[in-house]
Design a protein around this ligand. Structure first.
Ligand code: NAP
Ligand code: G4F
Length: 380
């Protein structure tokens, strides 16, 4: 296991590639130049839920964190600047190969976390080609940027100083599940253009590892939520809906399939697993989830219970939210992450739902019922 070491280096090793410096022994008399080295991470998807938690985690671990941001006037960038003030920003878009090469060249990262995606499953039917471009081919473009900037080719293997790569794979790849619970070996049967695009990114990450010897890994993460979750996802839609009803701003909550089940965990726990994967001596893929599954109906019942209301009085099912093809039930077997990474989730389902409802009650009380900014009030 690598350590997050800070080395005091003299000028003779100051010219080595950054990654080599981590494994270099501190030479005698190393204190004279006193160059303090910090590991450097580039995070795509920094404006999203996971990007925010990962950035906080890496900063706390002593990293220099850079976030890739896109667009001419992306409103979420201002929020990142204000609230993750220690994160440095670099422009780039997963649709634009040149921008990714420039970003990797500029940042010279030790680690790249590719969290950027079109991540809302229903949107992937409405904009299937765009989803394929961003969520699928975007992975290829990030890997190519790393490969080109590192000078890796079929005939030139990476050195010990290579950039490590994390890909945000998804339990949506299991789709119509072949077995339960799902492990790293469970075959994929994706049920949406999003799931298909993620499966492409997953296989490509394995392929770059096998073809070029790159340290490239995928975390197959099951659903993870928080007060920073986008308002379009069911947990946040429910926590916001419950808070609005409790505070008298709304009377009804319209939902789709209450019969589906998910393995829901807390996003703050899951970003620790991402980092641990890049700390390993050998690259490998890991399933990350709690191993416990709950129905959407259960989620709804619990969230209303937190504020002392009966969900039957407020929830309406609406065919508009039913998907063309559904993933009925997901449940992780996180045994490998547990034994090899020493990873465990700390926050359970009840605590998570209560945290989200309470955060939205506070957010809406302060804002007078408005939640255009879909992030909750916890430090955002
Ligand atoms: P999220 O909140 O939806 O964030 C997605 C991020 O992708 C945003 O920062 C967005 O930036 C960025 N993005 C979208 N299109 C882009 C493009 N063309 N170029 C550059 N950036 C772009 O997602 P999340 O919940 O944090 O999830 C992070 C990753 O994990 C995603 O890849 C998701 O598919 C995957 N995942 C999530 C879960 C989960 O339960 N949360 C489970 C498994 C896997 P803008 O602000 O510019 O739009
Ligand atoms: O919260 P969801 O939209 O999440 P979904 O589709 O499971 O995808 C999330 O988790 C994946 C990991 O498995 C990620 F890869 C992906 O990026 C995303 O973060 O829906 C959960 C369930 C579904 O079965 C859906 O049909 O809730 C059901 N549902 C019922 N009513 C609803 C609604 N989902 C949404 N978004 N809105 C509803 O009104």
């Amino acid at each position: 296991m690598r350590k997050n070491i800070r080395l005091l280096l003299n000028s003779t090793v100051g010219k080595l590639p950054r990654r080599d410096l981590w494994s270099a022994a501190v030479p005698a008399g190393a204190t004279d130049a006193e160059t303090l080295l910090t590991r450097r991470a580039l995070v795509t998807g920094i404006t999203g839920q996971d990007g925010s938690y990962l950035a906080e985690h890496l900063l706390a671990e002593g990293y220099e964190v850079w976030g890739l941001v896109r667009g001419q006037a992306n409103p979420r960038v201002r929020r990142v600047r204000q609230l993750l003030s220690d994160v440095r920003l670099v422009r780039g878009d997963l649709l634009d190969q040149g921008s990714l090469i420039s970003a990797v060249e500029r940042v010279q990262p030790d680690e790249v976390y590719n969290l950027a995606a079109i991540s809302y499953v229903p949107m992937s039917w409405q904009q299937a080609e765009l989803t394929g471009e961003v969520t699928g081919l975007g992975v290829l473009r990030v890997l190519e940027a790393i490969r080109v900037c590192s000078g890796i080719s079929a005939s030139r293997s990476p050195t010990t100083g290579q950039i490590r790569f994390y890909q945000a794979s998804s339990s949506e790849m299991f789709g119509k599940v072949r077995e339960s619970p799902q492990t790293e070996q469970t075959p994929f049967h994706p049920r949406s253009p999003y799931g298909v695009a993620k499966a492409y990114g997953h296989h490509l990450t394995q392929n770059y590892r096998e073809s070029y010897g790159m340290f490239a890994v995928s975390g197959i993460l099951f659903n993870h939520e928080s007060p920073r979750r986008g308002a379009e996802f069911v947990t946040r839609k429910v926590s916001l809906g419950v808070a609005k009803i409790k505070l008298g701003f709304e009377r009804q909550l319209r939902l789709g399939n209450l019969g589906a089940s998910r393995d829901w965990g807390f996003a703050g726990d899951y970003v620790r697993a991402m980092h641990l994967m890049l700390e390993r001596d050998e690259p490998a893929d890991y399933v990350v989830g709690t191993g416990v599954t709950h129905g959407v109906g259960e989620l709804v019942e619990l969230a209303f219970k937190v504020v002392g209301l009966d969900w039957h009085d407020h929830v309406v099912t609406d065919a508009a939210f039913i998907r063309p093809a559904e993933v009925d039930r997901l449940c992780a077997n996180p045994a490998k992450a547990n034994s090899e990474l020493g990873w465990d989730p700390k926050i359970g389902f009840e605590e998570l739902v209560t945290m989200m409802v309470e955060a939205d009650l506070e957010l809406l009380s302060v804002s007078g019922g408005h939640a255009e900014d879909s992030f909750g009030s916890d430090a955002w």
